[in-house]
Write a protein that binds this ligand. Sequence first.
Ligand code: ATP
Ligand code: MG
Length: 465
Amino acid sequence: MRKLLVISPDPLPEEIVRFLEQKQWAIAHALDATDALGLDAEHHFLVGLIVFPDSADLQLETRLVEQTLSLPNLKWVATLAHEQLDRLAIKRFIAERLYDFQVLPIDGARLAMILGHAYGMARIEHDYRHKHAAIYHTHFGLVGNSPVMQRLYRTLQRAAESDVSVLITGPTGTGKELAARAIHEHSGRAKGPFVAINCAAIPHTLLQSELFGHEKGSFTSASARKVGYIQTATGGTLFLDEIGDMPLESQATLLRFLEDKIVTPLGSTQGNYMDVRVIASTNVDLALAIEEKAFRADLYYRLAFLSVTTPSLSSRGDDIELLAHFFLEEITKDRRKCGLRFGKKALAVMRGYAWPGNIRELHSVVHHAAMNCEGDEIRPADLKIRIGQARKPKGNVAHRKNNVPTHLILGTLKSGRDQSEKHNLEFALERNDSNVSRTAQDLGISRMTLYRLMAKHGVTRSLPD
Ligand SMILES: Nc1ncnc2c1ncn2[C@@H]1O[C@H](COP(=O)(O)OP(=O)(O)OP(=O)(O)O)[C@@H](O)[C@H]1O
Ligand SMILES: [Mg+2]
């Protein structure tokens, strides 16, 4: 049976109901939008029939039109009186929203045919969207075709083929964790566990027992034996997230493990070799942290046998649009809002925005727009981003300087607005290929000030891969 949602203030004529049921339609009758929304949440209709009463009640008509708009993803068919066709609002409604309509009196056979066509179309669109969404996932579960992403895929491939330690760096929200999982899933260890630890979240006093485990009674609160994260990850991959925020004393502990991969739980004398691959990630500039003695250089070299850099979203060109569509489909795939699309202006705004929070920010912006947008087209006003924070054009140095005068950047740096300060910093680094001296010169500040600002905002230089 095909499901049909009918919105009508009055019951449908008996004979029409019987006729449609004979034609394999199961009818759900809603008196108004609240009713209809509730029914749709449960049944996920593809087709709706809106029955305009044969009356001159304009208010009722308007209400029916609005109610139908609150369910934008169904193919709508309407039945209405001849006189209603003259009304501008109804004409617009027919032109913009309806799949088809029928003038009263209802002709059951024709109505069944129209509904059948509408259903056929809706099915095809629905299936197409689902299959289409699948083609995004082609490279290691990451979406993106831009040259910087192609380079990333090549590095991920190399990392997956080897078994050495990998260090993934990149700005916040650029997919470092996703990249780590991709390496694991395409490596010889794919069948083994992937164990992720947030290094910044574990205080040094706990780190040893968390990583290595402990024997019962090895310290006052150790009431039972505990298996450490490292042992849990044997045969698989240990992902050390936010390694740049690990306290120095913990770094020494970790380094000792990486040197021989021997784990001795607290309170035990027995050390065991653990077959674990380590992938670490951070958005802290480790080169800078090493210079400032906040990160051990020997640990860095142990971790970074292979370096992977996840690029900022603003450097990914057309991927911004691709990702936006991908997220929109993902968010709306329960079909409730599957007709939703981006308007041209919204796409232009997204292309021009700096995306300081990168892919995570894009995802949240698309999610917010999908949830709050009325109608079926996302407009700039639906995007929760600061349009003023546009991406600056890239180009040669002279050209750039013309477009982005130094005093403007400094003005923003001094303005104290953290987000744009951070963005300007990232942008200046990007246009100077992460060269600290040139970036400092470009901004008219000292290298020390630049380092300080970078540390303040957790801005990293992308390391060459
Ligand atoms: N190329 C991509 N395709 C699809 N989704 C992506 C892509 N890159 C990132 N994401 C999504 O963006 C979000 C952020 O990714 P992730 O957590 O891996 O970033 P991160 O670099 O580890 O961020 P942070 O530095 O803040 O920890 C996740 O929801 C992830 O699934
Ligand atoms: Mg992360």
